[in-house]
Design a binder for this molecule. Structure first.
Ligand code: FAD
Length: 466
């Protein structure tokens, strides 16, 4: 190994001599990768093909001890650090340029306790792993709607999913986390241990440390749920959104929905209403009848399906390695003016792959005070997920402009703030948007950040500081 040039937290670079790097390498069980090493490029590649960053070092952690060594090494040498869970964040916060990436992607073990209906899953676990293990026992908890997404980033930022109407956000179902904080200490945070930290990790993102495992409450689910989508032609959009706005405002907790524009499998722009009913199938048929009868739809794909199937329903549409840009403002209600803006904008969409979806966040996900956990947008009933998606990197500018244009036009109808899990870092977003992402909980999060990470080691994220 040669001496290593590496970026520090102040943004300047420093040189670590060979012996120092070698000492770190021998202290960890997993591989420590540098540019040129076998596996380096694979380790720095994330879901969004637009992200092309090159860490000076990647610590592919094999377990908690490796995480502790990596955090201590980073703090001692004042290194810029990023933390990788599932690698699905659209803005690529998992990968830093020139610093140390603490990579948990090899830590994917999941242990279900069927008698207590709980599960403990490591920090690099993806929802595909999680659902596979928990459904073997007929159990589940609210998780992401793309199976390749990591449990870590998703849960730390809140976590919306098909079971959320009944069971709340993914983070609402946490029982505890094991976390290595910036001082290198391993802590368990729960309602009874480090309760302040436990409040913060349920919505405060990756600001407080590296979570090595998550413990969740599980519930009997499936094996079948009633779900899928109905498709309507683009020229019926106004009527469909009006219907959806009313329909989705009064539904049982068992049902969670989404509605928006996409391109149909036949290549036509279409409006989709998407649903997942988690309860007795006959009762679900009744609840979903108006959705089926409205129109009627061009295509009706609502059917009983395994819970694991609905969890993978969007995997192809949001395929790995394409170019992506996302905006995700919160919305309290779907007003007629907001619908008009959405329709006018989607009529000018720059890529047939792009999607604009209202994702419902109601029922148990929206109940309770704003400071129930650190998740700051409890009362927003929908997120508008604007996803620009394209294949040719040379076209990026116009597709990004389209998403930003829609986001700006719809802003007067949003409830203020965006989903932090879809926000970029401060340099791109500006401080005000980051603060708004945490909503009214921001000041309390600053106090917590200063307690557990006073040097702001964990800054390569939607950063809380002040
Ligand atoms: C296709 C797609 C579908 C999505 N669907 C949903 C959805 O249904 N519901 C929803 O709520 N969100 C959804 N999201 C948003 C998702 O929650 C975020 O992208 C989230 O950051 C992904 O988590 P990850 O672990 O894969 O991220 P990574 O890219 O690995 O990490 C993102 C950030 O999370 C933090 N982090 C990751 N792992 C750890 C850890 N072990 N300890 C501490 N901090 C950590 C770090 O700050 C890191 O920078 C979706 C995103 C995409 C791209």
């Amino acid at each position: 190994m040669e001496d290593l040039r590496i970026i520090t937290t102040s943004g300047t670079d420093t040189v670590l001599d060979e012996a120092t790097v070698q000492g770190f390498k021998t202290s960890v069980r997993g591989p420590l990768l540098r540019p040129g090493d076998a596996g380096y490029d694979e380790a720095r590649t994330v879901w969004n093909g637009m992200i092309d960053r090159k860490p000076a070092l990647i610590a592919r952690c094999a377990g908690v001890a490796d995480v502790i060594h990596a955090v201590n090494f980073a703090r001692t040498h004042h290194l810029l650090v990023s933390v990788r869970g599932g690698g699905h964040n659209v803005t690529g916060t998992a990968v830093c340029d020139g610093g140390l990436m603490i990579d948990l992607s090899q830590m994917r073990s999941v242990r279900v306790d069927p008698s207590r209906r709980t599960v403990r899953a490591e920090g690099g676990t993806k929802w595909v792993d999680f659902d596979h293990e928990t459904q073997a026992f007929g159990l589940a908890t609210t998780g992401g709607t793309c199976s390749d997404t990591g449990i870590a980033g998703l849960t730390l930022g809140g976590g919306i999913g098909w079971l959320g109407g009944k069971y709340g956000l993914a983070s609402d179902n946490l029982i505890s986390v094991d976390i290595v904080t910036a001082d290198g200490q391993f802590r368990t945070a729960s309602a009874t241990e480090h309760a302040d930290l436990f409040w913060g990790v349920r919505g405060g993102g990756g600001n407080f440390g590296v979570v090595t495992s998550f413990e969740y409450q599980l519930y009997p689910v499936g094996p079948l749920v009633l779900g899928g989508m109905v498709l309507h032609p683009f020229d019926q959009a106004k009527a469909v959104f009006n219907f959806y706005s009313e329909f989705s405002s009064d539904i049982p907790d068992e049902l969670t929905t989404a509605c928006g524009f996409l391109t149909s499998p036949a290549g036509q722009p279409a409006v989709a209403m998407v649903a997942c009913y988690n309860g007795p199938l006959e009762a679900g048929e009744e609840v979903l009848r108006p959705l089926r009868e409205f129109g009627p739809p061009l295509e009706d794909h609502l059917q009983p399906m395994p819970y694991t199937q609905i969890q993978q329903m969007f995997d192809e549409a949001w395929g790995i390695g394409r170019q992506y840009y996302v905006k995700a403002p919160w919305v309290k209600e779907i007003s007629s003016d907001a619908i008009d803006i959405l329709i006018a904008h989607y009529a000018k969409v720059t890529s047939p792959l792009s999607v604009a979806l209202f994702v419902q966040k109601s029922g148990a996900m929206s109940r309770g005070p704003h400071d129930k956990t650190a998740f700051g947008h409890r009362d927003a009933r929908y997120g508008l997920l604007i996803t620009s998606m394209w294949l040719d990197p040379r076209e990026s500018e116009r597709h990004i402009r389209w998403a930003r244009g829609l986001s700006a036009a719809i802003e007067p109808y949003t409830s203020g703030g965006e989903y932090i899990n879809d926000l970029g870092q401060e340099a791109e977003e500006g401080r005000a948007r980051i603060k708004a992402g945490y909503g009214a909980n921001y000041e309390r999060l600053v106090v917590l950040k200063n307690k557990y990470d006073p040097l702001n080691l964990f800054r390569h994220n939607q950063n809380i500081c002040g």
